[in-house]
Design a protein. Structure first.
Length: 237
């Protein structure tokens, strides 16, 4: 594991082809070598042209070290989250069966990947801290994900540390061809318990998140992904 400094790390929130192409290769590497999905492929255009997709990419200098993709949708939309398509899951039925109350937006966080030499809980926490804050800011009540069984509890630790309750649902997920019969859990996070103060206390991204929520006294950053943006950790006003 690399001995790195957060002072050299920044976030990119754009869909430029070069960034997405490189990130997709990183996701493929992680899914094939860490999860064992030998045939996993990801086309950058599937992210670039998906209006529901918002990447959060973490970089050091010009090197991509990790990231994740946030997908959002309204319950009133016909569009589906990736997990609904790949695992044939009816999210409305899941919401009803588990007594979850929302008429608003829901989201999925997926395609989480971190370079081998940076892979530790610190980087995962920073990626999730920023992307979770963005999801809440966009009005999402719940996050859903299909998560490898051997990773679910680790994610629950990180989510809880960030002040967000995270649950592993007791729901059988049939074999999913995309995941090559990997054993997976259906999980969800409840943003109605979101504690911004706790999240800010745990993240090195706290200044960027504060700006997102217009808490810094500066002009609010536009987190739309229509234009390229580079956001540096700890940037001075």
């Amino acid at each position: 594991m690399q001995n790195y400094s957060f002072s050299n790390i920044y976030a990119r929130l754009d869909k430029s082809f070069d960034i997405m192409q490189t990130y997709c290769k990183l996701v493929e590497h992680c899914y094939r070598n860490v999860l064992g999905l030998k045939s996993y492929q990801l086309n950058p255009y599937d992210i670039i042209f998906d209006n529901s997709a918002s990447p959060v990419i973490i970089m050091s200098k010009k090197e991509i070290i990790g990231g994740a993709i946030l997908y959002t949708r309204s319950l009133n939309e016909l569009a589906q989250l990736p997990l609904e398509r790949s695992a044939d899951i009816n999210i409305k039925n899941v919401i009803h069966a588990n007594g979850l109350n929302t008429n608003s937006y829901i989201c999925e966080i997926s395609k989480i990947a971190v370079q081998d030499k940076y892979r530790d809980r610190r980087i995962t926490q920073e990626i999730l801290g920023l992307i979770l804050a963005k999801a809440v800011k966009e009005g999402c009540d719940y996050m859903f994900a299909i998560t490898p069984k051997n990773k679910s509890r680790n994610f629950r630790v990180v989510y809880n540390k960030l002040g967000i309750s995270y649950h592993i649902l007791d729901q059988k997920i049939e074999n999913v061809p995309l995941y090559e019969n990997l054993k997976i859990d259906l999980t969800y996070a409840n943003f109605k318990t979101f504690n911004l103060t706790k999240l800010l206390s745990k993240c090195y991204f706290k200044e960027l998140i504060s700006q997102m929520y217009n808490l810094s006294g500066t002009n609010k950053i536009n987190f739309s992904l229509n234009n390229s943006q580079t956001l540096r950790l700890g940037a001075k006003k």
